[in-house]
Design a protein around this ligand. Sequence first.
Ligand SMILES: Nc1nc2c(c(=O)[nH]1)N[C@H]1C(S)=C(S)[C@@H](COP(=O)(O)OP(=O)(O)OC[C@H]3O[C@@H](n4cnc5c(=O)[nH]c(N)nc54)[C@H](O)[C@@H]3O)O[C@H]1N2
Ligand SMILES: Nc1nc2c(c(=O)[nH]1)N[C@H]1C(S)=C(S)[C@@H](COP(=O)(O)OP(=O)(O)OC[C@H]3O[C@@H](n4cnc5c(=O)[nH]c(N)nc54)[C@H](O)[C@@H]3O)O[C@H]1N2
Ligand code: SF4
Ligand SMILES: [Mo]
Length: 685
Amino acid sequence: MTHAILPPAESHVVRGACPHDCPDTCALLTTVQEGRAIRVQGNPDHAQTGGVLCTKVSRYTERTYHPERILQPLKRVGPKGSGQFDPVSWSEALDDIAARLNAIAAREPEAILPYSYAGTMGLVQSEGMAARFFHRLGAAQLDRTICAAAGGEALLQTLGGKVGMKVEFFAESKLILIWGSNSIASNLHFWRQVQQAKRDGARIVCIDPRRTETADKCHEHIALRPGTDGALALALMHELVRNGWLDTDYLAAHTLGWEALRERALQWSPERAAQVCGIPVQQIIALARDYGTLGPAAIRLNYGMQRVRGGGNAARLVACLPALIGAWRHRAGGLLLSSSGSFPLDRAALHRPDLLGARRPRTINMVTIGDDLLREASSGFGPKIEALIVYNSNPVAVAPESAKVVQGFAREDLFTVVLEHFQTDTADYADYILPATTQLEHWDIHLSYGHTDVLLNRPAVAPVGLARTNTDIFRALAARMGFADPCFSEDDETLCRLAFGDAVPFDELLEKGFATLPIPDAPFAQGGFPTPSGRCEFFSARLAAQGLDGLPDHVPNHEPAGSDHRYPLAMISPPARNFLNSTFVNVQSLRDIEGEPVLEISEADAVARGIATGDVVRVFNDRGCYHCKATVSSRARSGVVNGLGIWWRKLGLNGTNVNEVTSQKLTDLGRAPVFYDCLVEVAGL
Ligand SMILES: Nc1nc2c(c(=O)[nH]1)N[C@H]1C(S)=C(S)[C@@H](COP(=O)(O)OP(=O)(O)OC[C@H]3O[C@@H](n4cnc5c(=O)[nH]c(N)nc54)[C@H](O)[C@@H]3O)O[C@H]1N2
Ligand SMILES: Nc1nc2c(c(=O)[nH]1)N[C@H]1C(S)=C(S)[C@@H](COP(=O)(O)OP(=O)(O)OC[C@H]3O[C@@H](n4cnc5c(=O)[nH]c(N)nc54)[C@H](O)[C@@H]3O)O[C@H]1N2
Ligand code: SF4
Ligand SMILES: [Mo]
């Protein structure tokens, strides 16, 4: 017996990887019968997947064979944004797109902008061929900051990269802090490790303004105000110092800047932090005692706590904590935010930055696409953006401050090409929509940001309709634009092999579908952090050299609670469990589970506004207004409302979603978005 799952007669099973932007990177088994994928399941041989998929991806065939899947190239016929298109042939679409891009590139290649994110996390179908194409073209570069850049920069400055504990050892921890993570919704396979630890007597604490389904299952829930994690971390340090719960040997041997950090922490009594965080003092004191005395202690930090102005500093402060108590000495102690820096990825071989030659095109931050599409040429900005090639992303739904984003995409003088599976909110604004393949139809190779295995994805079925892979579309455009470099003829299997070169055995990937990186169980037990000093850097000379504070500190929100009497409520907008960002919103069975766009509001805040569960409400500020259904719920703390999920605007109420009210302001580190740093008011219709 190799597999527990027996395929039906005259069918075969193909090994793949889940393409979604999720830390779990599951190994998939797709059953194919008569050329059609009939079932997608988790691979039981892959330890991290354990044969289990989330609800979303177990319905993958429903998405792949969705009746509204785009099956042929489409050309706009109505006004911009009207969503009216006519079918055209591939050659007509590609000839026209290449001609339009060539005309712009002859004058001003930096007026062309790629816009992509993590619709697929596959290294090949994301930037494998696309980056080569845009490098050769000399197009503007995109700063891909929309998700993880603040926390990523924080880890880089503190630990030296996106590295940390191995996820499987959380099962052996005695204290787990789930910090800014709704693990059951967005990191389900990690939650299995937590359950194991819990069965073995571990204490589990959740730090989250929202009482999530994860918080429900923890021993303790600390419902702090959004954007106050830095204050909490400093008060924990204060208590560790005061009570002598420090590993002084570890501090002396493997950290940098302890004296200065200690001074700063001593300014943060639990009383002071409790005021800032809006939580009881006792909760902070008890958490510090747990952290100082129950070992091995592990922190699952996640990205929910860095989507505020001070998100970078807060992530740095939390990343300092394990070194104070020497938690890294044990394989079940330390911290994990992202493991993606553990992989020996040969980015240059895939992306070929050498194709830029001496050119250094400008960089546009994807977070501020709303403002940037509306900017005229200037010496600081460079040329006006004239063409946008969107793939693996749905910016009209996911980027902040929708009013500006929509206005930018609606420009009649902007030439927009969208590679997509569906006619998303963004595709509505395209001049051409090009049908792309899904993960069941193409090759790819994956690293993970939640574990340390490489996964290979083989195509299970032929492309549906006339769909083509992203790579193939960029190859075809490259040929039409006269790009002769042999790298534009490399096929997808070759690209898969290039991603890790000899560092990961490709034969093993072909045979098993996954390969585990050889990483020590407790990577920083003896220090050896990948920072310049080799130590955990409480003080970062690199940040100080940029004129920033070398030490982490609590940085208050751009829009702190109480700062604007017109907008007294802080809004956060974390994911809906049955969607993956804006993906799956159009899959009926999943939308049925989510129901409608919901705003959770506390009883006190609802009563004060005469709002009852089921009321359609307006959520608004100076940037915009969106409509959703109110749910009066103890999942929301007073003063904070939770707007769940990134709905497709056209499937939401009144053609809007949460990003109508979010801002294009940036974080302290990493130039990242501040989706959860947003003041609003709520009123009945
Ligand atoms: N089902 C599902 N899974 C997903 C996704 C999805 O859309 N749906 N999205 C995927 C992607 S792209 C990502 S980046 C991850 C996101 O998953 P996470 O990294 O876990 O981040 P979020 O879900 O944004 O937020 C996690 C929790 O942080 C809380 N939070 C908000 N503000 C604060 C704060 O200031 N401090 C603290 N301590 N907590 C705060 C939120 O209430 C939320 O419950 O999940 C991935 N997995
Ligand atoms: N208010 C608010 N806004 C947020 C967030 C939040 O928590 N709150 N979360 C933010 C975060 S963490 C993230 S990561 C971003 C996510 O933003 P995006 O990366 O834009 O994610 P999706 O909305 O899932 O859109 C991905 C699109 O890629 C398409 N796609 C998938 N695979 C392929 C492929 O192989 N080829 C092509 N051509 N297309 C493909 C899908 O059909 C889908 O429409 O959103 C951000 N926006
Ligand atoms: S979305 Fe996450 S949990 Fe669901 S199958 Fe993909 S990797 Fe696994
Ligand atoms: Mo994300």
